[in-house]
Structure formats: structure tokens, C-alpha cells
Design a protein around this ligand. Structure first.
Ligand code: WTA
Length: 653
């Protein structure tokens, strides 16, 4: 491809939302000078952040870089659990709630930092007694429960590398990941609740284990509170958590870890191919998650912080466990779904726990828009003071809805762009000093150097292009487990091998704020115009009847591609022939005739990954008349079949 623009620039957004004077005055970061300081010397900025943590031995060099490989804090020794737990035992944080867990059936359990420390030390000794040592891999397959956090921290305590597999993944996904990492221990649970159904995790794990030879032992947590779920225990291999804990000593000094020792592997499927085992290391990841949590979420000691992710995703790793615990935060963690038993469960919980900082995903926000404004209106959400979004581009209308109906028109929103690979937040607004714009993630976090390049590697100033990160940062991935070549070819081969390629399209406004336009693999090409999915989808979501939209390109003899849109409507909106023509017209008005969809399929839902991302790849399969390439990562396969039928019905004539 030539050096012409990679995407066309379609969506214009000028609304601006500065923080209120009260928010700004009390913010953790209240001076924008931090950006300039960090830009001048990012390495010095990260070193300053690292000094806020406790190290067993200082580093000899802050960063050593042989592109594309990098090391941070070389020679430094630490243990991440020391910074999450032990460090707080010397202060009043010791008796503060570290975790407030709520089960789907409204049970709650609270654990202070001191109690969590004891629990982690005991479990670390327990898994050591099962032969797990520094460098060994441990697979974790659990519902959202306190013990999932304990399991992660216990591994980190003794230097074992955890690999969490989201509890909603199939036995096959679990066995693939166990085998790829050659894990020797699996930690799971008898089960958990999901939308009124029992998730029998141990049964699922047993199916996976039939295909694994590397696992020597299995620890099974009996779900605390409520009835336990019956499951099979294989003598000699399987051990009940509570039995191991009864005999375990609470004395477990943290293993001394080198800054570059691996901390965990997390598999990410991305859009194509076999899942990649993303490897994060100890020192840089500690510093990156600590700094971003502290500055982006603006945490105050008295806050209740709620990130609605699952520990099975990177958001759970970085912003439920490692970042917030290093900051001494009080974390609400929730077992269940946003719509059980009713569609207002989240708001009911925000009101009851007096949540102050709330971090969720656009897919959830768009679902709430669909379910209606009256649900949040029923609850007292006045405790909220900061909102966050992660996982996909948040369409400006969804941003506005979140701002008005959840944030009471006053809470700043931090739209955080980052990836499993980046370990921590890369682009966002610092809420006390930045003016937010709906649809724009904002500025690179201090110490992060991001730009926009075209295919030829030239910087794009006014328009759209490919997002690029031009300088290493501490929490970046170091490799793909067992496949360093794939690490180099996926992330460092687009341009110069010193530049990281995230795979997303982006544009910048005059002030340097980034808007993320969607995955480059999903880009549309209509009559030679390269159109990002985010812009057309946002124009559709801007229509008052639309809750969610996904657009893809359909082969077209003249235009190359035409646009097919799949949309779901808000609660109360009705579908008619007119809706379709109205929506097409709306897109034309918002962004121009070039983006007029050829067809609009109005269905009940869109195919999504289990972490809530729209799977445009599968919609492409439908439109191109192929059998679905891979539906194993779908949250609900029946949605896919329903859409296929609707599509075929529409194009029959
Ligand atoms: C997308 C999740 C726009 C993006 C932490 C990225 C976003 C991929 C945003 C990584 C955002 C995530 N705005 N797009 N705020 N956050 N993405 O690995 O395409 O599950 O490359 O990490 O999600 O997804 P992952």
C-alpha cells in the first residue's frame, strides 16, 4: 500500500468536558506539567514512580534496550506481593478492606489487607508443599471469588508463573492453554453462579485434564457461603483448598524476584490464529500498574473502587488485583452478571456499597442504554465521582449516556486504551487535569510515547493512521511464551523494530488527543476510502433508537466493498421498514454518503467474545457466505446462528 491515509476521517466530535473545579482541586494529579516532565525523560519518570515502591535491592540500570527487546530495572529485586500486602501492614491500611466480594446471590465477604496477607502466605505454603517452585507454571480456572485473588498472589509470593484461564472458557480452551504453558498445578473451584445457573467448573476442568499430562496436582476451592456443588475428587491428584489451608503455616517470606523474572502468562486470542501466551515480568509490570492506577483512577484512601472485569482478563489482573492492591485500595469484586436477577443489578450495587470509582466496558454501557434510562434513575448513584471505560472504543453517544445517566452529568470519564500486551493503561485522560472529549481516549499516559504512522512509517499529523508506540514502557510484554519469533513478527515488524504496532487505527485532534478507530483487520474499504469501524458504528449509535452496531464490508463489484450494518435497538424502540431507511439516512447526515450502509440487519444481539468485544470477523463470515471460522470464543453461539438466518432471509431476494 502507498503512503496515503490508512483510514478516512469521518467522525467529528467537538463536545468538551473539563473536570469540575472541585474534582480538579482534590485530584491526585492536579498539575499538567507532569506530561512535559515525563516527555522530556520518560526513563527518569518511570524511575521516579519505581521509587514509590519497596525493593529488596535497587536496580543497576533503569532501562536497557536492544530493540525489540527491553529490560527494566535490571538487577533490581522485589516481590510484587510485598508491595500489594506487606508494605501496607506497617500503616493504617492494614485494617482496611482490601476486597469486598459479592456473590450472585447477594452474599458478601470482606477481607482486610492483614487477613489477605495471612491467606496468601498460607496458600503459598500449601502450593509449595505440592511441589510448586519458582518458575513453575500454575493454571487458574476460577469464578470471581476472593480465592482467585489469593491464588494469583500465592503464585507471585513464591515466584510461580500464573496463567489464568477465564472461567467461561471451554475445557478445550483450558487444556490448550495448560499444555502450551506446561503447567504442573491447576487451581479451580467446585463451581460458581452465573445468571441463576451453576457453573460447574471442576467438571469442566476434569474434561480438560483428560487431555493434559503435565498437571500433577489440582486444588479445588469449595465456593464459600451457600451450598457447595458436588464434584468428583480424584484421590492423590485433587486436594481441597480448605484442607490444605487448615494445616498451612501463615509464615511465608516472599521469594526474592529479579525485576525481569516472569510474573504471569495470559493468553489472548486476538482476531486470528492460536492464542498467544503474553508474558509479563515482575518489576516493570509492578511499576506500570501502580503508576497508572494511582494517577488514572485518582484513588483516595476512603474510596470504594469497583472494576467490573473478571480476573480472567488483563483488566482483572492489572486493575482489580495488582494495581489497586499496590495502591492500598478497597476493591469491590462481583461474581455475577450485570443483569441478574434484574437489569439494574450494577446500579443497585453501586448504591448499596456507595461505590466512588467505577470502571466498566462499552459493551456493558451499551447494554444499559438498551435496557432504559429508568433503571439507573431508580438508584442513588451520588457516591460516584469518577467513571472509566475499557475494552473497545466507546461511541460518543454511549459516552454521553454514561456521563448523564450514571455520572450525574458531573463525574469525569476516563476512556482507557490499552491491551493485554501493554500490561497497563497507555492512552487516557488524567481526570483532574484533562478535558475529555466523547469518543477520544485522550493523551498518552506520562512516560508513554505514542504517535500515528502510515503504512510507510511516516508520521501522520492531521489525519488518521496506525497507532504506534515509539518508546518502551515498563509494563510491556517481553515475549510470547515459547515463541519469541512470533513476538517480533506480530508487534515489531510493521516498521522499525524499535516501534511497537498495536494493530489499532487512530487519529488525533489539534490538542494531541487520540481517538481509536478500531482494529486494522476490521477496516472497511469503500470506493477506495478506508473507513474505520468505530466511526460508522458511532454514527449509528448516535441515532436515538440504536443501542449497538457493528459494521463490516461486503464485496461489491463497483465500490470494492459496501457497508453492511448489524444493529440492536434500545428497549422500547420498534423495528419497521422505516427504521432501516432512517438509520441509513442518519449515517449519511452524520458522516456523508460514502458511509451509507447498503443493508441494515436489526437483530436481538451481536456476536461477542466472552470479554464483550464485538466479533466482526464472524459477521464477515456470514456476509461472505463462509462457514464460521472459529466460534469457540463466542459468549453465546446461538446469537450467531440467529443473525446468520436474518442475514440470509434479507439477501434471499
Ligand atoms: C481495544 C483490554 C478503543 C483495542 C485492556 C485494543 C480499545 C484491544 C480500548 C485490546 C479503548 C481496548 N478504546 N479501543 N479505550 N480499550 N480497546 O487485549 O482494539 O482485551 O487493541 O485488552 O481492545 O484488548 P485486550
Amino acid at each position: 500500500m502507498s503512503s496515503k491515509a490508512v483510514f478516512d476521517d469521518l467522525l467529528q466530535e467537538e463536545r468538551e468536558f473539563p473536570p469540575s473545579p472541585e474534582f480538579a482541586a482534590a485530584a491526585v494529579v492536579s498539575d499538567k506539567a507532569i506530561y512535559d516532565r515525563a516527555a522530556k525523560d520518560p526513563v527518569a519518570f518511570w524511575e521516579e514512580m519505581a521509587k514509590e515502591l519497596e525493593w529488596f535491592a535497587p536496580w543497576k540500570e533503569v532501562m536497557s534496550w536492544t530493540p525489540p527487546d527491553v529490560k527494566w530495572f535490571t538487577g533490581g529485586k522485589l516481590n510484587l506481593t510485598h508491595n500489594c500486602l506487606d508494605r501496607h501492614l506497617k500503616t493504617a491500611t492494614r485494617n482496611k478492606a482490601a476486597l469486598i466480594w459479592e456473590g450472585e446471590n447477594f452474599e458478601t465477604r470482606t477481607m482486610t489487607y492483614q487477613q489477605l496477607h495471612t491467606e496468601v502466605c498460607k496458600f503459598a505454603n500449601a502450593i509449595r508443599s505440592l511441589g510448586v517452585a519458582k518458575g513453575d507454571r500454575v493454571a487458574i480456572y476460577m469464578p470471581m471469588m476472593i480465592e482467585a485473588v489469593v491464588a494469583m498472589l500465592a503464585c507471585a509470593r513464591i515466584g510461580a508463573i500464573h496463567s489464568i484461564v477465564f472461567g467461561g472458557f471451554s475445557p478445550e480452551s483450558l487444556s490448550d492453554r495448560i499444555n502450551d504453558a506446561e503447567a504442573k498445578l491447576l487451581i479451580t473451584a467446585d463451581g460458581g453462579w452465573r445468571r441463576g445457573n451453576v457453573l460447574r467448573l471442576k467438571d469442566e476442568a476434569d474434561k480438560a485434564l483428560a487431555k493434559c499430562t503435565c498437571i500433577e496436582n489440582v486444588v479445588v476451592v469449595k465456593r464459600p457461603l451457600g451450598e457447595p456443588f458436588p464434584c468428583h475428587i480424584k484421590e492423590g491428584r485433587d486436594h481441597w483448598y480448605h484442607r490444605l489451608m487448615a494445616d498451612a503455616s501463615p509464615d511465608c517470606p516472599p521469594e526474592t524476584m529479579d525485576a525481569e523474572d516472569p510474573l504471569y502468562i495470559l493468553y489472548t486470542s486476538g482476531t486470528t490464529g492460536k492464542p498467544k501466551g503474553i508474558v509479563h515480568t515482575t518489576g516493570g509490570y509492578s511499576v506500570g500498574t501502580y503508576a497508572t492506577t494511582k494517577y488514572v483512577f485518582d484513588l483516595k484512601p476512603e474510596d470504594v473502587y469497583w472494576c467490573t472485569a473478571d480476573v480472567g482478563w488483563v483488566t482483572g489482573h492489572s486493575y482489580i488485583v495488582y494495581g489497586p492492591l499496590q495502591c492500598g485500595a478497597t476493591n469491590l469484586i462481583f461474581e455475577g452478571a450485570p443483569n441478574w436477577p434484574e437489569n439494574d443489578r450494577f446500579w443497585e450495587m453501586v448504591a448499596r456499597h456507595r461505590v466512588n470509582v467505577f470502571y466498566t466496558a462499552p459493551t456493558a454501557i451499551r447494554a444499559f442504554m438498551k435496557w432504559g434510562d429508568d433503571l439507573p434513575a431508580k438508584h442513588d448513584l451520588s457516591s460516584l465521582r469518577l467513571l472509566g471505560s475499557v475494552g473497545e472504543p466507546i461511541n460518543p453517544e454511549a459516552w454521553m449516556w454514561y456521563h448523564e445517566h450514571i455520572g450525574g452529568g458531573t463525574c469525569p470519564i476516563v476512556d482507557t486504551w490499552w491491551q493485554t500486551e501493554t500490561g497497563g493503561i497507555m492512552i487516557t485522560t488524567l481526570p483532574g487535569v484533562c478535558t475529555a472529549k466523547p469518543g477520544y481516549a485522550g493523551l498518552p499516559f506520562p512516560g508513554i510515547q505514542a504517535t500515528i504512522l502510515n503504512e510507510a512509517g511516516e508520521e501522520v499529523t492531521g489525519g488518521t493512521g496506525l497507532l504506534a508506540i515509539t518508546h518502551p514502557w515498563p509494563s510491556m510484554l517481553r515475549t510470547i511464551w515459547g515463541d519469541h519469533d512470533r513476538y517480533v513478527s506480530t508487534y515489531f515488524s510493521k516498521w522499525d523494530k524499535s516501534v511497537y504496532f498495536p494493530g489499532d487505527g487512530a487519529k488525533r485532534d489539534a490538542k494531541g488527543n487520540f481517538m481509536i478507530l478500531g482494529r486494522v483487520d476490521d477496516v472497511l474499504n469503500v470506493s477506495g476510502h478506508r473507513i474505520g469501524t468505530m466511526e460508522v458504528e458511532s454514527a449509528l449509535v448516535d441515532h436515538p433508537a440504536v443501542a449497538e452496531a457493528a459494521v463490516i464490508g461486503k464485496k461489491h463489484d463497483i465500490k470494492g466493498q459496501s457497508i453492511v450494518a448489524f444493529v440492536t435497538l434500545k428497549g422500547g424502540a420498534t423495528r419497521s421498514e422505516k427504521t432501516e431507511s432512517d438509520l441509513k439516512q442518519h449515517v449519511v447526515e452524520k458522516i456523508g454518503a460514502i458511509a451509507r450502509p447498503e443493508a441494515i440487519i436489526i437483530g436481538g444481539d451481536l456476536p461477542k467474545t466472552r470479554s464483550g468485544k464485538i466479533m466482526r470477523r464472524l459477521l464477515r463470515d456470514i456476509v461472505e457466505g463462509r462457514t464460521a471460522s472459529d466460534t469457540t470464543t463466542l459468549a453465546d453461539p446461538s446469537v450467531f446462528e440467529e443473525i446468520r438466518e436474518m442475514y440470509e432471509e434479507k439477501f434471499k431476494s
